[in-house]
Design a protein around this ligand. Sequence first.
Ligand SMILES: Cc1cc2nc3c(=O)[nH]c(=O)nc-3n(C[C@H](O)[C@H](O)[C@H](O)COP(=O)(O)O)c2cc1C
Length: 309
Amino acid sequence: MQLGNLNLDNPFILAPLAGYTDLAFRILCREYGADLCFSEMISCHGLVYQQQNTLEMIRTLAEERPVAMQLFGSEPEIMGEAAAILTTSPIDLIDINMGCPVKKVTKKGAGSALMKDPALAGRIIRAVRDKAKVPVSVKIRMGWTHQSINACEFAKMAEDNGAELITIHARTWSDGFSGTADWGMIREVKKSVAVPVIGNGDIKSYADGRRMIRETGCDGVMIGRAALGTPWIFSEKAQANPSLSYRIAALSRHLELIAQFFPADKILAKVKNQAGKYFKGVNGGSVIRKKIYDAQSFTQLQNLLADLY
Ligand SMILES: Cc1cc2nc3c(=O)[nH]c(=O)nc-3n(C[C@H](O)[C@H](O)[C@H](O)COP(=O)(O)O)c2cc1C
């Protein structure tokens, strides 16, 4: 997939996941083969008002490139200002969130609520594009409800306003995360625009990703939930159900990265949020998960992993 100066050979991409796709997890997924990783959504207000926790979220390193930072908000001017701030970091893409269904985002007119207001969405894309020195992309859903599906027209509108890449999560706002993603809609969006299209929704393995590309003609695939505790999913060589020692090696590397990038008082909470996911479907997994949640310190957690080897 060609995107500006970027050429992605293995267009398997880590989705933006609030609370998860921080610097440590992005580097980990990159090491396991993800060609491009998206940050969690970043508030344009948080950036413009220089809030400490938002500034921590935009921290990036050369070794994780190419990387995309995702913005959310509903005011074109503030989104433009936020894009100008982001552009001072060494990043490769600014993505605009037009798909998030969460109430605290949509009630302010941001995320998937923008699919109900294409004119405003167009102004936001132009404002970001005018201030960004990197390509701009938009992540959308199929529409607000099944009675108002507008992904194809919306994607075309985004392209006309300067988006150089479209990601479509093939569900509506009203679906939330339930039901099955409608991959047929990815095919329709791909036919509607000339810019590259990334398909998203319900990819559970590398083979699923290949199948989505085959069935829809999309240029790349984005993996969200299935990457949690499974960073090896981005590689063709990945085994469907790797051994316990393989999982522990991945988790140990994840812990090392978390310890490297986060302050001591945040490490344990970060680790607990992610570590249990490495043992999904493993014999004795629930016992391991319980021990992880009971750990009182990072060192105790590291010792626990060493004992499991
Ligand atoms: C915990 C969680 C956090 C998410 N955070 C974001 C986000 O910050 N920005 C965004 O555009 N989508 C977000 N999403 C949606 C995912 O990027 C993705 O579109 C969705 O999970 C479908 O893909 P999947 O089936 O591969 O998980 C989030 C989803 C989950 C489950």
